[in-house]
Design a protein around this ligand. Structure first.
Ligand code: AMP
Ligand code: ZN
Length: 194
């Protein structure tokens, strides 16, 4: 993993500065925001130093969001939150202050309803509202995005012989217990993304 020595979140990842860590694995760390907007405000941070979501690999993105989901569920269950906001500020213009990608999970409480609703943060752009179809034409994504997980049905269609071969291969012992196995690991068990 390459860290940026100037980056506050890299320093947290490297344990050079303290933080209230609530989850960690080889790819992701999560800790409480030092300036919580609501109780339990957590940040989920990929260990690779990239600044915005579009710079993160598909595999790392998938894992990041699986972790986000579990942490959100855990926060809600343990803090009695009634909901939560998930936010990523990508770029200074979007309000990003720390230039290391991070997902905010902000628990929300029934008795503290200030600033509820998208409108409170982002008022409607009336001009953009009149040109929805033109904008849609410009931003349509026409290629299909390959899922990062294995298609179970296709896997099952594989002959027994092939399955056996896969089971015997060296990587299966390490990677098969993971949801996306070969997406994460090279055959020798080293991580594919750093
Ligand atoms: P953003 O505006 O999306 O870049 O948000 C950066 C967040 O990081 C802010 O909510 C800060 O309060 C938080 N933050 C900055 N330094 C630390 C730190 N050392 N530990 C925990 N959270 C931090
Ligand atoms: Zn960093």
């Amino acid at each position: 993993m390459s860290y940026d020595t100037e980056c506050v979140f890299c320093r947290i990842i490297e344990k050079k500065i303290p933080s209230a860590i609530i989850y960690e694995d080889p790819y992701v760390i999560s800790f409480l925001d030092i300036n919580p907007r609501f109780k339990g405000h957590a940040l989920v941070v990929p260990k690779v130093h990239v600044s915005t979501l579009d710079q993160l690999s598909d595999e790392a993105t998938a894992h990041l969001f699986v972790v986000v989901k579990h942490i959100a569920k855990n926060l809600v269950e343990n803090l009695g939150a009634a909901g939560y906001n998930i936010t990523i500020n990508n770029g200074r213009v979007a309000g990003q202050v720390v230039p290391h990608l991070h997902v905010h999970i902000i628990p929300r409480y029934e008795d503290k309803r200030q600033g509820v609703g998208f409108e409170a943060v982002f008022p409607v752009d009336e001009e953009a509202k009149t040109t929805l179809n033109d904008i849609a034409e410009k931003v349509k994504l026409t290629r299909e995005i390959k899922p990062i997980f294995k298609d179970k049905e296709k896997e099952e269609q594989k002959g027994n012989e092939e399955k056996e071969k896969a089971e015997n291969s060296e990587k299966s012992s390490k990677a098969s217990s993971l949801p996306y196995e070969s997406e994460y690991f090279n055959d020798d068990g080293t991580p594919k993304f750093k």
